[in-house]
Design a protein around this ligand. Structure first.
Ligand SMILES: [Zn+2]
Length: 469
């Protein structure tokens, strides 16, 4: 009876939500031929009772002019844009200058960046959007682009007849997202059930490099898929920006989560033949295994990605087990000596990445290395960090849109049925003691004292836990 009653309530609520109609606001966006100006006509269904905001601090500087359609009244943003002057079913049109980087209050180089003839922009430099998401409205964005110009955005297409018609997924407006326009074609890379929509922007170098990049992306995605059996994002925007210098195939990689998750790679296409073995791509894809973690807990975000970056590079054979363990050993030691009086939590909260990077990345990786080994020891190698991540994604990913480190560690312990993470958090995250990695090295049969003397290699055959399998 109770189940039937609950069902009735559900039906009532559903009907009620539908009765309160969902307003569809449509943004019609045009770009000029040289991709230097954007013209946005934002049309609101009903009477908009919200303000508009843009994620970039430079959005007001890129905004050149705007007016209300019904009255012709000028609109000038001051932090936010009020829609009080709009009538019912009215529009507000505005123009944005994306011809050059601004970088006045927003130092990110990708806020407006030209790559060959193409342009990358932060969504937040041009998109003035409702401040908060609401179940009573949705926002569609429809582009009209010059002939031959393609697009890359982290939103879903909703019209099979028009590839430039998208539904804006309303994550918090201050989560960065990036859009690219230019003379590229999005390539779909399928990995299991997931689609990676890869856009490679224009290179000034006369090289055939795209095949290697697409293959490298596919191989890395497969490696990350092996952690849980599924690639962590169903539909991923991948932006590849050529033109980097230096010895690495990938000079910078990062993840953004506005709209939907996306991965950005700045590559040196001259090194395309070693792109697949550059572990940066494993690192970025490994970030996707977890949901958004609060910025103050970067030790956790970077720790997990760094641990899997090297673990997966060894599992797929890009590095030997011995080399990988020596990389762990060397970097754990460097992290232990870095800022020794501050806890991992303090370093993540107080220091910039340039000061605390070693400690944040490798201190965090040490926590996950220890957690993985402990879970395996408790279960005779039957339950690992891989299993835990998979179980977390099944049960708990949707519970919150962003997590603190402590919250997610408590959830991990609930799932695993052991107090492994709570214990690590209390002993090595909240206080300045460095994780006791020797214990974990011993447990897998790697003799740390052998580092640099060849003895690590001898012990390799005695690895007791299958972390590299
Ligand atoms: Zn990272």
């Amino acid at each position: 009876m109770k189940a039937g009653c609950g069902f009735g309530i559900f039906l009532f609520l559903t009907t009620s939500a539908n009765a309160e109609t969902v307003a569809t606001h449509r943004y019609f966006v045009e770009l000029n031929q040289s991709l230097t100006e954007m013209y946005v006509n934002a049309c609101f269904e009903g009477t908009p009772n919200f303000t508009l905001v843009a994620e970039s601090l430079d959005a007001s500087l890129a905004y050149t002019r705007g007016k209300v359609a019904s009255s012709g009244d000028e609109v000038n943003p001051s932090g936010e844009i009020s829609l009080k002057k709009l009538r019912r079913d009215d529009c507000f049109s505005y123009q944005v200058d994306i011809s050059r980087p601004i970088m006045a209050h927003d130092p990110r180089p990708m806020t407006i960046k030209r790559v060959g003839r193409d342009v990358i922009t932060a969504e937040g430099i041009w998109l003035w959007r409702p401040k908060t998401a609401s179940p009573t409205h949705k926002v569609e964005v429809i582009f009209t682009l010059p002939i031959g110009v393609g697009i890359s955005v982290p939103w879903s297409r909703i019209n099979s007849k028009n590839p430039f018609h998208f539904l804006l997924k309303e994550t918090p407006y201050d989560w960065p997202a990036f859009t690219a326009f230019g003379f590229f074609k999005e390539t779909e890379v399928m990995v299991g059930k997931s689609t990676l929509r890869v856009s490679i922007l224009e290179s000034q170098r006369r090289l055939e490099f795209k095949k290697s990049i697409l293959q490298g992306i596919k191989d890395a995605a497969r490696a990350v898929r092996s952690v849980t059996g599924n690639f962590p994002v169903d539909d991923l925007q991948v932006l590849v920006e050529p033109g980097a210098y230096g010895p690495n195939a990938i000079s910078v990689g990062y993840v953004s989560r506005g709209g939907r998750p996306a991965v950005h790679l700045h590559i040196n296409e001259r090194k395309h033949d070693v792109f697949a073995t550059d572990s940066t791509i494993l690192h970025e894809f490994a970030h996707l295994l977890l949901p958004k973690i609060n910025n103050v807990d970067s030790w956790l975000t970077e720790g997990l990605a760094t641990y899997y970056e090297y673990l997966l590079a060894a599992r797929v054979g890009h590095k030997s087990v011995r080399d990988t363990l020596n990389i762990f050993r060397k970097n754990f030691e460097r992290a232990r000596l870095s800022l020794p009086k501050q806890s991992l939590l303090e370093v993540s909260q107080i220091n910039s990445m340039s000061v605390g990077r070693d400690k944040i990345y490798w201190g965090g990786a040490a926590i996950f290395f220890m957690a993985d080994v402990k879970l395996r020891l408790l279960t005779e190698d039957q339950y690992s960090l891989d299993h835990l991540i998979s179980d977390f994604r099944d049960c708990c990913l949707q519970k919150k849109i962003s997590w603190s480190g402590e919250e997610i560690f408590l959830e991990f312990d609930n799932i695993a049925g052991h107090k492994v993470f709570e214990d690590l958090y209390r002993r090595f995250v909240a206080v300045s003691n460095f994780p006791d990695v020797l214990e974990a090295f011993n447990a897998i049969g790697f003799e740390v004292s052998g580092f640099g003397q060849g003895r690590g290699e001898k012990r390799e055959s005695k690895l007791r836990l299958g972390i590299f399998n």
